[in-house]
Ligand binder design. Sequence first.
Ligand SMILES: [Zn+2]
Length: 192
Amino acid sequence: MTLVAHQAARKPEACPALVLNADFRPLSYFPLSLWSWQDTLKAVFLDRVDVVAQYETKVHSPSFEMRLPSVVSLKNYVKRARAPAFTRFNVFLRDSFSCQYCGSGARDALTFDHVVPRSKGGRTTWVNIVAACSPCNIKKGGRMSREAKMFPASTPHRPTMHELNERGRAFPPHYLHESWQDFLYWDTELEP
Ligand SMILES: [Zn+2]
């Protein structure tokens, strides 16, 4: 099926839909659960979602026309994973994308540091890995915290899904459609 967009303020490519779970909470805060308009329409036609709100932008084929959904909710509740995966991204998210030694938030320069160095038997686990900027990582080197006098701002721990989701709320994306705001709660102030 070929869909053609009407003239409208917003191009379809700029019309992602916010995806809510069946309980009307976002599937994910960070990254925010968004689908492209194509994936969203597919899910609408497959009857997997309800349309909660719409953009002005319309798409049409010879036989039908519809406004693009801006918010959809899943018909079937998706259970959240119980334990977050141990990934670089989730470690950074747990640590709010800031160096645990100096507090700098230079995301590009963010690395991860073994609190107990590998050379001293430290393992690559939730409880021994923290986000650190490159300068701090290099400065600490293979030393223990007390030798380097560099202690992580918070003791590394295995986070819960809930905790990571809460963390993610501190990082709203650049684009937020007005229809999303009824379903989102951000820790930072929204731009008007
Ligand atoms: Zn640092």
